[in-house]
Design a protein around this ligand. Structure first.
Ligand SMILES: Nc1ncnc2c1ncn2[C@@H]1O[C@H](COP(=O)(O)OP(=O)(O)OP(=O)(O)O)[C@@H](O)[C@H]1O
Length: 206
């Protein structure tokens, strides 16, 4: 993964982190950027920004720290899809300092498939990337958001009230699929079936 212009990762050059299998330990002093790495993984895979960062541009490197009016940020993630193909997901953000406030904008991203050394563009539309990257990873968005890259500020969701908890579990276990399937089975059972050909044949005089 490459991070550029996110929190303490400056915008002038990208920092690359290579994750090794089966385990990568991230160790560092307080404030050194461990959470930022997980936040960037979550952002690259789901398009989700950390809690409370939609306004104020806190996820993007602060332009004021370098006396600038604008900062461009990028997170690039290279991964293997479920079918073993190399993919590269890129997300771009921009923050602009205005007189009284800051405005944060999501710019066009991209998902590339690399086959036989050639790059093929799969999509550049952000909403589509949010949907298809989890599919190529073979992990649902709900599991990426709530389990694998669950933000430390959101990590108490298992203690939430019963209805919120049920909603989370329904998302994680994709319960809607099963309730829809059960409804369909009930519908099919209720619908009277047409007489079969063999029944017709036995009742027809020869
Ligand atoms: N918008 C921003 N621009 C520049 N730097 C920022 C911005 N937001 C946060 N930072 C800095 O980025 C760092 C964020 O660190 P992060 O929370 O990822 O560290 P950490 O290693 O997880 O720390 P801890 O061990 O305390 O959880 C801090 O040093 C913070 O001051």
């Amino acid at each position: 993964m490459m991070i550029q212009g996110i929190r303490s990762f400056g915008p002038e050059k990208g920092e690359t982190i290579i994750f090794t299998a089966p385990l990568t330990l991230i160790v560092g002093w307080n404030g050194s950027g461990k959470t930022t790495i997980i936040e960037s993984l979550k952002y690259a895979t789901t398009g989700d920004l950390p809690p409370n960062s939609k306004t104020g541009g806190a996820f993007i490197h602060d332009p004021k720290l370098r006396n600038e009016k604008e900062v461009l940020a990028q997170v690039k993630l290279s991964f293997r899809s479920t079918s073993g193909v190399r993919m590269v997901a890129t997300r771009n953000l921009q923050v602009t300092v205005k007189k009284t406030a800051r405005s944060q904008k999501t710019l066009e991203g991209s998902l590339l498939m690399i086959k036989d050394g050639e790059k093929h563009s799969i999509s550049t539309r952000v909403a589509e990337l949010d949907q298809i990257i989890p599919q190529y990873l073979g992990v649902s968005k709900a599991i990426l958001e709530n389990v694998i890259f669950c933000h430390q500020e959101d990590s108490l969701w298992p203690m939430s009230d019963p209805s919120t908890l049920k909603k989370k579990f329904d998302e994680i276990f994709e319960a809607l699929k099963y309730t829809k399937a059960i409804d369909n089975i009930k519908m099919i059972r209720k619908t009277p079936s047409p007489p079969s050909n063999s029944a017709y044949a036995t009742s027809t005089p020869s």
